[in-house]
Design a protein around this ligand. Structure first.
Ligand code: ADP
Ligand code: MG
Length: 581
């Protein structure tokens, strides 16, 4: 083939691919346009997860009828005049690509009126073909309808995830913009359901509840660090509330939702040693700096940015977060017994114990390191090589955390939490092969969730049923729990359920068995006896024999050891009864 310039429609589709990846990207571009037009009210209507219809209506400044045909062409913008402007951009848009991209991969209708015009105007763009403008009577503002997205790009359609996932992306996006722009009234409707409705009264807390659910929303800590050169505001979770992924960490820079690894790292670093490794805080942070200090023209979707002075921003964010955290969180004592004390607020009880438990793990790691330095050889003996537990004879409990047992060759320390986790896990899995017994609650429990959580729970109701939860929808974002697995009866039902849904992975079609196992492992972690819990001798005995009966007794379902072995040989050396080898 000879070299040739691509025809316009092909070039447009290529460009569209970079900007419009899925329905949520359309919503993002349209909402950004509405915000740029100084709208005070933005109404979003979605049908069939955005495959059928995405409509965004605003009461902003509008587009003049004689500019409509221009607005939908590539590189047509009112927000940028020359290349110099690129370095102090005050609007969300500037590339002039969104409308043309959407127009080339859907049937798009724009209806708009500027304030002093007598009439509004309407324009239809179908798969890139721009029709004639027609006059219509409408109030000031703009309505963009994007119908049959990707109807002419079947390959793209194939890449869309399930409706539930696409809907969740839209919810996530709109909720985040609503929180970033609390003075704008947002209204989101997906099919028949009103997902989000904000008052536009400027109160971010109000929107926090929609983002994280009322419980967590209330507990989020405020960050407020304003300096001349940089302002860092927003909300972060207290150390007791964490997630298994970074998905709930959101950064806005100058009003723009960005994905930025260094900002996320700065945040996570601020929590270091305060939360378990592998757990992440929830946060929504708004950074404001001079526009000339940030390059937003890095990626067509404008989600990536570059900072002029990366390190300075990093340090500012980290120290602002750390200050807020320290101001709200008393420092955890590692050495005193208090760390096991039951906290006064029962609703955060298990979380606090979790922290204590983490400390214990820290100390354990430290001890191990020391040991490593002292004597590599001997340390090897601490690790159990066998796959079955030896026959153990209980000696007792230490530190309300470990069981001490005597075995055929020395001393065994058993982590009661890890051991119980393993026991529950295997019991559950065995039951799952037939049917997991479930117990009806005397009083059904109602829980209220954030939008995303609610959607994710909704899609898992059938799976939950299989593991013994009977859950029903009960109004928008509320659910009622009627029954729960018998094995979990000691737990608060809402807690048990939350654990199940909290970090559902993005992926929508996991293997059923794998999913079940994952959920069960997570539930067991919460349901298991905690460190810091005194056990009666009978309970200790029962735990030991249950552990012996397990198929894989030596690790918890997450892979941590359930027991450590001190051989007679090792003990004798430690007492100097035998010389070092
Ligand atoms: P950009 O936002 O990068 O300028 P777009 O393709 O998104 O490019 O939009 C093109 C132009 O159409 C914008 O610059 C703006 O002038 C106008 N426009 C788009 N949406 C709206 C809206 N909701 N209200 C007012 N003007 C709009
Ligand atoms: Mg735009």
């Amino acid at each position: 083939m000879r070299i040739h310039i691509l025809p316009d429609d092909v070039a447009s589709q290529i460009a569209a691919g970079e900007v419009i990846e899925r329905p949520a990207s359309v919503v993002k571009e349209l909402v950004e346009n509405s915000l740029d037009s100084n709208a005070k009210h933005i109404q979003i209507t979605i049908q069939a997860a955005g495959r059928k219809l995405i409509e965004v209506a605003d009461d902003g400044e509008g587009i003049a009828g004689d500019e409509l045909q221009l607005a939908v062409q590539r590189h047509a913008t009112s927000k940028l005049a020359d290349a110099e402007d690129l370095f102090h951009i005050g609007t969300l848009g500037f590339r002039g690509e969104a409308l043309s991209s959407m127009g080339s991969v859907s049937r798009m209708t724009i209806t708009s009126r500027v304030q002093h015009a007598e009439m509004g105007a309407r324009l239809l763009v179908e798969g890139g073909k721009i029709n004639q403008v027609e006059p219509v009577g409408i109030p000031t503002g703009t309505v963009v309808r994007v119908e049959d997205l990707f109807y002419n790009v079947p390959a793209r359609l194939k890449f869309l995830k399930t409706d539930a996932t696409e809907r969740r992306h839209i919810d996530a996006l709109v909720t985040r913009y609503a929180i970033a722009y609390p003075s704008v009234r947002f209204h989101l409707r997906q099919d028949k359901r009103v997902g989000l409705q904000t008052s536009g009264n400027g109160d971010r807390r109000e929107v926090l509840a929609s983002l994280y659910g009322p419980d967590i929303g209330r507990q989020m800590l405020e960050v407020n660090s304003v300096r001349e050169d940089i302002s860092i505001k927003g909300y972060i979770s207290p150390v007791g509330i964490t997630r298994g992924s970074r998905r709930d960490i959101t950064f806005f820079v100058n009003g723009r939702w960005v994905q930025d690894v260094s900002l996320t790292t700065a945040l996570v670093n601020a929590y270091r040693t305060m939360i378990m490794a592998g757990r992440y805080p929830l946060a929504v942070i708004f950074v404001e700096i001079k526009p000339e200090l940030v390059d937003v023209n890095v990626h067509p979707a404008k989600a990536e940015i570059r900072f002029h002075n990366q390190n300075e921003i990093f340090n500012s964010v980290q120290s602002a977060i750390r200050r807020a955290l320290v101001a709200y969180t008393p420092v955890q004592e590692v050495t005193t017994r208090e760390r096991w004390a039951y906290p006064e607020r029962p609703e955060i009880a298990h979380r606090q114990v979790d922290i204590g438990w983490k400390m214990a793990a820290d100390v354990q790691a430290e001890v191990q390191q020391k040991q490593e330095r002292q004597d590599k050889e001997e340390r090897k003996q601490l690790v159990m090589p066998r796959t079955k537990t030896p026959r153990l004879h209980l000696v007792g409990q230490v530190g309300m955390t470990f069981l001490v047992a005597e075995g055929p060759d020395g001393l065994y320390l058993i982590d009661q939490h890890a051991a119980h986790e393993r026991v529950l896990f295997e019991k559950f899995l065995n039951q799952a092969k037939s049917e997991i017994p479930s117990q009806v609650l005397l009083e059904p429990v109602t829980i209220n969730l954030g939008i995303e959580e609610a959607r994710s729970l909704e899609s898992q109701i059938p799976l939950l049923k299989q593991i013994g939860f009977q859950v029903e929808e009960f109004g928008p974002n509320s659910f009622v729990i009627r029954a729960m697995p018998t094995l979990l009866m000691g737990m608060e039902p809402g807690d048990a359920l939350r654990v199940v849904i909290e970090d559902f992975e993005e992926d929508e079609t996991p293997l059923q068995a794998e999913m079940e196992e994952k959920i069960i492992a997570r539930v067991c972690k919460r349901a298991a006896i905690k460190a810091g819990q005194t056990l009666t001798t009978a309970e200790q005995e029962a735990l030991l024999s249950d552990l012996e009966a397990c198929d894989i007794p030596l690790t918890c379902p997450h892979g941590r050891p359930t027991m450590i072995h001190f051989s007679i040989d090792l003990i004798e050396r430690q007492f100097g009864r035998k010389g070092p080898r």
